[in-house]
Design a protein around this ligand. Structure first.
Ligand code: PLP
Length: 402
């Protein structure tokens, strides 16, 4: 048998590493994970029906403060389903930040709709509410009761604000704009479970929110996602669509094309155990962020990660900006040098308006995303990062990598 090597760049940032290497962001598995998974194996409840699926959904809904939570196979599938249940149709347009991991842009294409990329703001690196409002005001017009892009003629239907890197988007102005233009808000909180906006947990400010439990997220099920909402019709539809749209389970009658997108009981068991530890993990992330901020604020050319005064960030991925002129080397040179001394770091994503996968799609602004893509570097920030490891990272950054 032949194996196909994974297509990888220089390294896999989330991968477990051995020896003295300090990883970027790896899972923390020290609670009831083994116990709950063993229970699934012992009782034969391993697949997509089982008490842990229901329990994980109920506990996550309680934690967020929404009425419904539907467990899925990934954050990406949660986004896809969120678009479908909120009424996004083929050829509709959906606003999304150009600076993001590619998943929400891809999910829009799975729904056969079109992303409209919007630049992020420079202060907290999140989708710019003013750009959203300007785009809708200047580039769109009402036609027969529907909002349409003047250039493409497509209907504009939804916004996906993405809470990047553990920090919330400034939602109030976005909610106001969405109400004015009758748009749904699907919040991509996949990177920010537990973060708060104006004192309330993310997931409460949008029509639907999506979370991810991918391996590098604050809690993990290996792979998994959750859709949360207060809309009962949408919640029912989401459950229906993710279980192959089964109308008669005995006779196998399906009135629609559905998806096999449910989370398995095995993975939900992992999720329940991880959720028990979430608040401790957030405290650890915030401690790591405070230590970086205190030490790196004094380093010429390194800007620590921001937090708005209306935000409670979970600092999922601790990221700094490197000013090449002031620091003496650019972010990519620093990345390479850090790697030479066994410290893994990572740049932010290629902005979507530069992505070959989404070429020729419009972008409103883009200069801020380009600058962040050039200068940003994410530093080791696993929940289990030891004091000694963090001191080592800080020492190396302070000395300009000796
Ligand atoms: C912003 C964003 N959206 C969506 C996803 C997709 O989540 P998943 O990997 O669980 O499909 C991720 C991360 O993986 C992400 O960072």
């Amino acid at each position: 048998m032949k194996t196909i090597a994974p297509t990888s760049t220089q390294y896999e940032p989330g991968a477990q590493v051995s020896g003295d290497v300090i990883p970027l962001c790896v899972p923390e598995i020290h609670g009831n994970e083994w116990k709950y998974i063993k229970e699934c194996l012992d009782t034969n409840w391993v697949s997509s029906v089982g008490s842990y699926v229901t329990r994980f959904e109920c506990e996550l809904a309680d934690y967020i403060g929404t009425q419904y939570a539907i467990a899925m196979s990934s954050g990406t599938t949660a986004l896809h389903i969120a678009l479908l249940v909120s009424g996004v149709q083929p050829d509709d347009e959906v606003l999304v930040p150009t600076l993001t991991f590619i998943a929400p842009a891809n999910a829009i294409r799975y729904a056969q709709a079109w992303p409209v990329f919007i630049d992020v703001e420079p202060d907290y690196w999140q989708i710019d509410p003013q750009h959203i409002s300007d785009f809708l005001e200047k580039e769109c017009r009402w036609q027969n009761g529907e909002l349409r892009n003047k250039t493409t003629g497509h209907r504009v239907k939804a916004i996906i604000p993405v809470d990047l890197l553990g920090h919330p988007v400034d939602m109030l102005p976005i909610v106001e704009t969405a109400r004015k233009y009758n748009l749904s808000i699907i919040e991509d909180s996949t990177e920010s479970l537990g973060a708060k906006y104006r004192g309330e947990r993310l997931g409460n400010h949008a029509d639907i929110a999506c979370f991810s439990f991918n391996g590098n997220k604050i809690i993990t099920t290996g792979g998994g996602g959750m859709l949360t909402t207060n809309n009962e019709t949408w919640a029912r539809k989401a459950r229906y669509l993710t279980t192959q749209a089964k109308d008669d389970p005995l006779e196998y009658i399906h009135n629609e094309v559905g998806y096999n997108y449910r989370m398995t009981n095995l993975l939900a068991a992992l999720g329940c155990a991880q959720l028990e530890q979430l608040e401790n993990y957030i405290a650890a992330k915030r401690r790591i962020a405070a230590t970086y901020k205190a030490a790196l604020s004094a380093v010429q050319g390194i800007d620590p990660m921001p937090e708005a005064d209306w935000a409670y960030s979970i600092y999922w991925m601790y990221t700094v900006l490197v000013d090449a002129d002031k620091y003496g080397m650019d972010s990519r040179t620093l990345l390479a040098r850090l790697r030479e001394v066994g410290i893994l770091s990572r740049p932010l994503w290629q902005p979507m308006h530069r992505s070959p996968a989404h070429r020729n799609l419009p972008c409103y602004g883009g200069a801020v995303a380009d600058r962040l893509n050039r200068d940003a570097l994410s530093l080791p920030c696993s929940v289990g990062l030891t004091e000694a490891q963090q001191e080592r990272v800080i020492e190396v950054l302070q000395n300009g990598v000796l």
